[in-house]
Write a protein that binds this ligand. Sequence first.
Ligand code: PGA
Length: 257
Amino acid sequence: MRRKLIAGNWKMNLSANEARAVIAALRAQIDPVAAQLAKDRELLIAPTTLAIGAVGQALAGSSIALGAQNMHWEDSGAFTGEVSAPMLKAFGVTHVIIGHSERRHVFFETDEFVNRKVATALKHRMVPIMCVGETLAEREASRTLEVVMRQLENGLSNIPAEAAGTVVIAYEPVWAIGTGKTATPEQAQLVHGSIREFLDDSWGKSAAAETRILYGGSVTPDNIDSLLAKPDIDGALVGGASLKADSFARIIRARLK
Ligand code: PGA
């Protein structure tokens, strides 16, 4: 069985002090059910780079893992403004979001960059959460699957099937991010099913069955249950609703048995 992954992407929000307060409030709600949560799900928070140290300390002893929102593919060097995998690992970072649509569209990251970063994360035994997703114009032109398949093919180029248990894919339709317009569970499942087929073709059945595919884009406490009910939706990458302890705690506890 694939363990669900519920991840908070805090983007460029919450300073170290603000982050500590949110985590204290979140832990008050989820630490008491940690054992129950651990049965079928993993939890993650990806704060801003500058808050990673503070958040790592605030999460000590909890079941929530520490993630980064981006990283460079080299270990060190003349790359102004960047951070590397070894630097993040030194702070206890275990997961890294790669190729988020804001990185792709605002900072012009290419599929090739995404591919190098996925390979680097794996080399350093970190979990890459590789994001894919179409824009509104692409969806309206019926190009959703074409775009997502291209991002998968290029992003996972030369990544072997052995990475399946580690690599996480996040399907995030760009038109649903931060807009309050969630893909319906049916729309999301259709794309998730196609992503699973792609993985099956490239890595084989058991590797495809092992890989987690998250949904992201205006996930809230109100829609998380119906999204997670779909067979190929293995968790969520949550932006806005992860910034408040109450709403993130409700999302984390969704469909808890
Ligand atoms: P959102 O962001 O939940 O605020 O739509 C999701 C994401 O971009 O990861």
